[in-house]
Design a protein around this ligand. Structure first.
Ligand SMILES: [Zn+2]
Length: 406
């Protein structure tokens, strides 16, 4: 379903090539995607095309918009409790067709799938929000996800979310058809020590259609042991922006803020608001207090100017770029006197936005020269390698209960 602007499909297409090269005939065709964000639709189209370039296999997935359209509209009643909503949605029928952006028909038939991956909403789960968990407004997305899988009897699905995911709700909604296995991972597991982004991946295995071939948690430990020994990034490794890219971002923010752009000034602190400037000074003072050194001497130091440092210090003092949250302000480098560009944020998420990264996959570079496009991608993306590694883990750990059934 929603997969971080197709991060999951992209990373899987790269891995598929590697698996095929090893002699195993892996071929997974994306049959449908659900994406609510309008901003994401053109990104998805481009990224799904990128997948075809990588695998060489043509695909034409349906692009559905609203997962809630899988239930009749009278299922959504304002003020309904979790229990009431669950009863109404789970006992209603699954809509057989849904509006599709990808085909010429206004409605397309919702297909079955053998394998699903979805990044479900974390706004009601994560510590950054109100932590309403199953009682929050996003619960209907989880209900429709569960209803689809139960009615379609999807053999295996994966859900990506923040570690605070309400597993009680997952079990309550999918019971008794699924058994769950849960991993907790972060970019350091796959070599990206310089990025902080803790996530959980939940594997839902259908009790009648799927069997466990290997212990997924044991496999997970093995995979991360190998990958984390291969590379250890630092925040400075992500600062790859060209001078032109920095200037384009500076011009854009100047225009938005009504600040006069200074062509020859490479110190972008003049673009900061007073509040951001105050926050920066507070971070710098705190850094000096703790280390006895100037913040501007540390290449790996990045500070989040969207946060109030007297309340919480969101910075990379521990060697990890803080987790990005949408609309959460600039990530500032005191050393380079500029903020981290959107393409750099993608780089820290292992996206192939640099020839060096793309060549190592190997795959074509993902276009991120357009700063708005890069920013939309960075705001929606999953960590590229973790999204791929966890899918491969699921596909390796589970198999059909009876091969003839799939
Ligand atoms: Zn369609």
């Amino acid at each position: 379903m929603c997969t971080g602007a197709a991060t999951a499909e992209m990373s899987r297409s790269v891995l598929q090539n590697h698996v095929r090269a090893s002699g195993y005939d892996m071929k997974i065709e994306t049959v449908a995607v659900w994406e609510w964000s309008e901003k994401c639709h053109p990104l998805m189209v481009n990224n799904l095309r990128w997948c075809q370039e990588v695998t060489g296999f043509p695909e034409h997935p349906h692009m559905f918009v609203d997962i809630e359209a899988l239930s009749p509209s009278n299922c959504y009643r304002p003020g309904a409790s979790y229990k009431q909503k669950k009863f109404i949605i789970m006992s209603s029928w699954l809509q057989a067709s849904s509006p599709c952006l990808s085909c010429c028909e206004p409605l397309c038939r919702v297909p079955e799938a053998d394998f699903g991956i979805s990044g479900l909403p974390c706004t009601d789960m994560s510590a950054a929000g109100l932590r309403q968990k199953r009682h929050g407004p996003t619960n209907s997305v989880y209900m429709n996800h569960a209803k689809y899988n139960k009615k379609m009897r999807t053999p295996l699905f994966i859900v990506e979310c923040t570690p605070e995911l309400d597993m009680g709700m997952m079990e309550d909604l999918h019971s008794p058809d699924y058994e769950f296995y849960q991993t907790f991972c972060e970019p350091a597991d796959v070599g990206f020590f310089g990025t902080s982004r803790k996530r959980t991946y939940v594997f839902g295995a259908h009790v009648e259609r799927t069997s466990v071939l290997h212990d997924p948690l044991e496999l997970h430990d093995k995979v991360r042991g190998v990958l984390s020994r291969r590379a250890q990034t630092r925040p400075r490794d992500y600062l790859i922006a060209t001078d032109l890219e920095v200037r384009m971002e500076a011009q854009d923010l100047c225009r938005k803020r009504g600040v006069r752009y200074q062509e020859t000034n490479r110190d972008l602190s003049y673009v900061l608001t007073k509040r951001e400037g105050d926050a920066l000074r507070e971070y710098e003072l705190e850094y000096f207090r703790r280390t006895g050194e100037l913040a501007s001497h540390n290449e790996d130091l990045l500070v989040c100017l969207g946060d109030n440092p007297s309340f919480s210090l969101t910075w990379s003092l521990n060697g990890k770029v803080p987790c990005y949250r949408k609309g959460h302000g600039l990530l500032w480098s005191p050393k380079y006197a500029r903020w981290v560009t959107a393409r750099e944020r993608l780089c820290s998420m292992a996206w192939p936005v640099l020839p060096a990264i793309a060549d190592s996959l190997p795959a074509p570079c993902v276009g991120a020269t357009d700063i708005k496009r890069a920013s939309d991608l960075a705001g929606n993306a999953m960590h590229f390698i973790n999204a791929g590694a966890q899918q491969l883990l699921g596909l390796a750990a589970f198999g059909p209960e009876c091969p003839m059934m799939i």
